[in-house]
Write a protein that binds this ligand. Structure first.
Ligand code: G3P
Ligand code: CA
Length: 366
């Protein structure tokens, strides 16, 4: 049994040993640091936000590993992309009758002990009563054993690996739907910051970026919570299309959709720089594509961001079939366009190994 366990994790150990010889920080190409941020871990290979996906991302040489964070009924911080449990777990079969009227199973309605009883898997949708993997070429549904974990459990994994490998890999927590949580009486931002403080992330030199789509909450973090907790962390404003309804503002029993359009205007970066250190735009927001040549060019957002002193970390770079825009020849070409033609400082990717290897080759070619 022990031999079998060792064999199962052998590729991971080999990767850990070989990557521990790689530099501990982002690759510097042409004098500029370029980061690889593992989006929900190595989520192109293992179920998103599983601890296995985080260990794999670490072993692949990512510079930062992302955590999306939501809160349970009993105030535990759990690492999940949605504040629902039903896209990645068997909650519907384990807790029938616990969905809200919209049919969704909200993490905030379950205790951590209940959430820990669930099996976690690749993301799926339900079509004609059947589960369908959102990425059919990725890790198969319901194979092996994965579980939802807490933010603290993930930080301990990453800090433990930092100790055992001698590297200093960072964390990149996203505070999910803070207004929704506050509407339910939960100050998720304060809880996340307290956990970060507990694990030693307190200053601007700490290897952490705190991200959120909610600009009202980010300003509250900058102006109220960080000073109150005697912390000073780097903050990243994520930018969504208004039409996604990503951020809701609660007014008594009504919600209104936050309008992101101002963030796409010329003077936005100077305003964002008053409370944040970087932006995380959806990657098409950075470019215009020439109608005739199909060549993408920077539309000025990146230049304005750099001018304002902001780093730029767009999302999400996926190598799956059908996920590479037609202006790029392949995934490497897509990375080249964004890292070097557009000049972003880092990318969120489901395939950190590919971005690490791309940057390594670019550095060697200098
Ligand atoms: O946080 C960066 C990127 O992850 C934003 O998109 O929806 O995957 O959290 P999402
Ligand atoms: Ca995220």
């Amino acid at each position: 049994m022990m031999y079998l366990d060792k064999m199962k994790f052998l590729p991971l150990f080999v990767m850990l040993i070989t990557t521990s010889l790689q530099p501990a920080y982002g690759v510097v190409v042409k004098g500029q640091e370029k980061l690889v941020i593992a989006h929900r871990g190595a989520s192109g290979y293992l179920p998103e936000h599983s601890l296995a996906a985080k260990a794999m991302a670490y072993a692949m040489g990512a510079d930062y590993i992302e955590q999306d964070v939501v809160m349970s009924k009993d105030n535990a911080l759990v690492v999940l992309h949605d504040h629902f449990l039903d896209r990645v777990t068997n909650v519907a079969t384990q807790f029938p009758g616990r969905a809200r009227s919209d049919g969704r199973y909200y993490a905030i309605d379950f205790t951590l002990a209940e959430i820990k009883t669930l099996q976690m898997t690749e993301g799926f949708s339900i079509e004609n009563g059947q589960q369908r993997a959102i990425y059919p070429q990725r890790f198969p549904l319901w194979r092996s054993t994965f579980q939802v974990h807490t933010l603290a459990e993930e930080i301990e994994l990453i800090q433990g690996l930092n100790k055992s490998t001698g590297k200093q890999i960072g964390i990149y927590p996203e505070i999910k739907s803070p207004a929704f949580h506050r509407h339910h009486g939960k100050d998720i931002s304060k809880a996340v910051l307290k956990d970060l403080q507990r694990y030693g992330y307190t200053s601007r030199t700490s290897k952490v970026y705190v991200q959120s789509f909610d600009p009202i909450e980010l300003q509250r973090i900058k102006q109220q919570l960080l000073p109150e907790l005697e912390m000073d962390l780097k903050l990243v404003q994520l930018i969504a299309e208004t039409s996604w309804h990503e951020t809701l503002i609660y007014q008594q029993d009504k919600t209104i959709v936050y309008d992101y359009d101002w963030m796409l205007r010329d003077d936005a970066m100077v305003k964002i720089a008053q409370y944040a250190d970087g932006i995380g735009p959806w990657k098409p927001m950075l470019i215009n594509i020439d109608n005739v040549t199909n060549v993408p060019r920077s539309n000025g957002m990146l230049g304005a961001a750099h001018q304002a002193g902001l780093v730029v970390h767009p999302y999400t770079f996926r190598a799956d079939t059908g996920r590479i825009p037609d202006f790029a020849m392949d995934f490497d070409d897509l990375l080249k366009i964004y890292y070097f033609d557009i000049d972003v400082d880092g990318v969120f990717t489901d395939f950190p190994d590919k971005a690490v290897e791309f940057l390594r080759k670019a550095q060697l070619a200098e």
